[in-house]
Ligand binder design. Structure first.
Ligand code: PLP
Length: 384
């Protein structure tokens, strides 16, 4: 018998994971690797979170929880919105999810039917496009450029053809690190709300910003906010995130979560609750990202890679390297093979224009970032 893989299963790979695999294979042969490819803090979960996890293992059954998470964590997340943004969020509007990735699946399923049309900007985080495709939701790609700092605007949305049901924004963005100022996010949220367009605001890089105030869409009556413990809280592998839902969605999300995941890992929920009290350690990580950012902002232009929007937040630089190649995939492969420097080809983020772009992630150890810049400069001298 011959069986077919479903069309939904035939989505594109998340290329950065493929680069990660290639870098891992190289490391296993004993060759050095300078990991500027993945958006993963090089630090573990903060000490307080690790302690809470150990105590939970020793002292608790760690069985299933409510599908939307333990109440103390949902209350703590609600408190975070009050303290950090001055926005009142009822704990019932918070759903704790298996990473923001699990949160996106729940949000997309709850908000959109198959066949709905959801706008994504180019460049943007590739899993939005791939997840929506797997769910049978159509994506409308809206190219953005430096003139809007790679962020969407109401004017750009008005120029799109055909009806739209949703919009995904990320501020700070992956891959560019650019942010929507509070008034621009508010203008977008109001535009979407008035037209019945569901705004999904990816805020997973909040906490990692360089002198710019982050704004949340949690105050909008119809927007869905997606967040995570992966980045600022340095807990990627714990697979825990959260949603802040508008009034019409908590029941749908809860029922979807009950059936799809049951709950986010219980041990991670206890660790995440404690992570809110680890600010000092976490702010230390942000200071390191800020130092690494300065290294890239001076090293890259000095080697002729200067065409990028200065990142406001997150830990990425997305640079045009059209003067070096029109095949960013081959460029990244050769760079890895010859120098051990791992970066991500732009095709992951922008299928059309990304063949001329690459993303540098600078959340690695500062020594690795410095060594990567030295090796990249030597590579360009040799090949240029
Ligand atoms: C913009 C963006 N959103 C969502 C995610 C998914 O993160 P997680 O599932 O670890 O919360 C990532 C991961 O890199 C990301 O960069």
């Amino acid at each position: 018998m011959l069986f077919d893989v479903s069309r939904r299963g035939g989505i594109d790979p998340f290329i950065v994971m493929e680069v990660l695999r290639a870098a891992g294979a190289r490391a296993r042969t004993g060759k050095p690797v300078f990991p500027l490819q993945i958006g993963q803090p090089s630090t573990p979960a903060p000490a307080g979170a690790r302690e809470a996890a150990k105590a939970a293992i020793d002292g608790q059954v760690l069985g299933y929880t409510d599908a939307t998470g333990i109440e103390p964590l949902r209350r703590r997340i609600a408190q975070h919105y009050r303290e950090r943004y001055g926005v009142e969020v009822a704990p019932e509007r918070v759903a704790v999810t298996p990473g923001s990735s699990g949160g996106f699946v729940l949000a997309f399923l709850a908000a959109f039917d198959a066949g709905a049309r959801v706008v994504l900007t180019d460049p943007s985080y590739p899993c939005y496009r791939n997840m929506l495709a797997a769910l049978g939701i159509e994506t409308v790609q809206a190219p953005t450029g430096p003139e809007t700092r790679f962020q969407p605007t109401p004017e750009l949305l008005e120029r799109l053809e055909g009806p739209i049901d949703g919009l995904v924004v990320a501020s700070p963005s992956n891959p560019t690190g650019s942010m929507l100022p509070p008034d621009e996010l508010a203008r977008l949220a109001a535009w979407c709300h008035e037209r019945g367009v569901r705004l999904v605001s990816d805020e997973i890089y909040h906490g990692i910003a360089y002198g710019i105030q982050e704004a949340t869409a949690a105050g909008s009556p119809s927007a869905i906010v997606v967040n995570s413990f992966s980045k600022y809280f340095s807990m990627t592998g714990w697979r825990i995130g959260w949603l802040v839902l508008p009034e019409d969605l908590p029941v749908a999300v809860e029922q979807l979560a009950q059936n799809l995941f049951i709950n986010a890992a219980t041990i991670s929920q206890h660790a995440a609750l404690a992570a809110f009290d680890c600010r000092e350690e976490l702010e230390g990580n942000v200071r390191r990202y800020a130092r690494n950012r300065e290294i890239l902002l001076s090293a890259l232009p000095a080697m002729g890679i200067g065409d990028f929007a200065t990142p406001d937040g997150a830990f990425y630089v997305y640079a045009d390297i059209g003067h070096l190649t029109n095949d960013s995939m081959a460029f990244c492969q050769r760079l890895l093979d010859e120098t051990g420097v791992a970066i991500t080809p732009g095709v992951d983020f922008d299928r059309d224009r990304g063949s001329r772009a690459v993303r540098f992630s600078y959340c690695a150890a500062t020594e690795d970032v410095e060594a990567a810049m030295d090796r990249l400069a030597a590579f360009l001298r040799r090949t240029g």
